[in-house]
Design a protein around this ligand. Structure first.
Ligand SMILES: Nc1ncnc2c1ncn2[C@@H]1O[C@H](COP(=O)(O)OP(=O)(O)O)[C@@H](O)[C@H]1O
Ligand SMILES: CC(C)(COP(=O)(O)O)[C@@H](O)C(=O)NCCC(=O)O
Length: 242
């Protein structure tokens, strides 16, 4: 059994895989790391390999906690990846994006795949039909947009994301929701169109904790898969065992 841990900018995600199949997944805030890991090894004593991926500098403490229970691989820029990485600055590429590119590569090995991950930031990652990661984009996430409007104005409140009834907001709140939710939908649709213009038979995968806020508003056909990144991490764990 494998354990994969994705330390994102907002949440930590944990997943257990048995023979390549995801059998458990959950998320927690960072303060609960130790108790969550202990709980997981009690529940799944057969876990014998783990992979930790972090978008920040990984605290040695986190690695050491998992290493008490099993063999650990920490995903770094030196880890082996199955795709050709053509990013101009591979040493600054986020580990979550490496995992998404890996999942895209395994999901659609001879196809063109765009992965859109709506988390703290919205990331776009493109793997082409030559198995080459070519890059993508980083844009502010949904909650980040609400926070930015609140923090950088005198009058705008801090709102929780909420779907809109009409794209024309008729109050402060509905105007802000339209700006964020309608704005993100149009951004994502527009970006998908740009990629479709350059890559034939494009498969688009939408994932991330905040994807549900706008997924149904997209006019483009997409595949929603909330476990995509975790699947990529499990592939990377297997790939780096070799
Ligand atoms: N328990 C939770 N605490 C905080 N955010 C949560 C929680 N559950 C779901 N979310 C949502 O998930 C989003 C984070 O998405 P995620 O893809 O995990 O981001 P990241 O990988 O950047 O940490 C948050 O913006 C929030 O809307
Ligand atoms: C762009 C990100 C902040 C996204 O992080 P997330 O929203 O998934 O927590 C992360 O992938 C990152 O820190 N990347 C480094 C820069 C780069 O990928 O080029």
């Amino acid at each position: 059994m494998n354990l994969v841990i994705d330390i994102g900018n907002t949440l930590i995600k944990y997943a257990v895989f048995e023979n390549g199949k995801l059998i458990y997944d959950q998320s927690s805030e960072s303060g609960l790391f130790l108790s969550k890991v202990k709980e997981l090894f009690e529940q799944y004593p057969k876990i014998n390999n783990a992979l930790i991926s972090s978008v920040g500098k990984l605290d040695r403490k986190e690695r050491d906690i998992v290493a008490l229970f099993c063999k650990v691989h920490v995903l770094t820029h030196d880890s082996k990846v199955p795709f050709k990485n053509s990013y101009a600055t591979p040493h600054t590429l986020g580990m979550d994006r490496v995992a998404l590119a890996t999942a895209a590569f395994y999901h659609n090995p001879r196809g063109n795949t765009l992965v859109i991950d709506a988390g703290t930031c919205i990331t776009y990652d493109m793997v082409n039909n030559f198995g080459e990661y070519v890059g993508g984009a980083i844009s502010p996430g949904i909650r980040m947009r609400y926070k930015a409007m609140h923090n950088q104005t005198a009058a705008l409140p801090l709102l929780e994301p909420e779907d809109i009834i009409d794209f024309i907001g008729n109050s402060t709140a509905t105007s802000m929701h339209s700006g964020v939710i309608n704005g993100v939908s149009k951004e994502v649709d527009g970006v998908i169109e740009q990629y479709r213009g350059r890559f034939q038979h494009l498969t688009v995968i939408l994932t991330g904790g905040d994807a549900h806020f706008f997924a149904k508003r997209l006019k483009n056909t997409i595949f929603a898969n909330s476990k995509f990144l975790l699947e990529g991490l499990n592939c990377l764990l297997e790939y780096n065992k070799r």
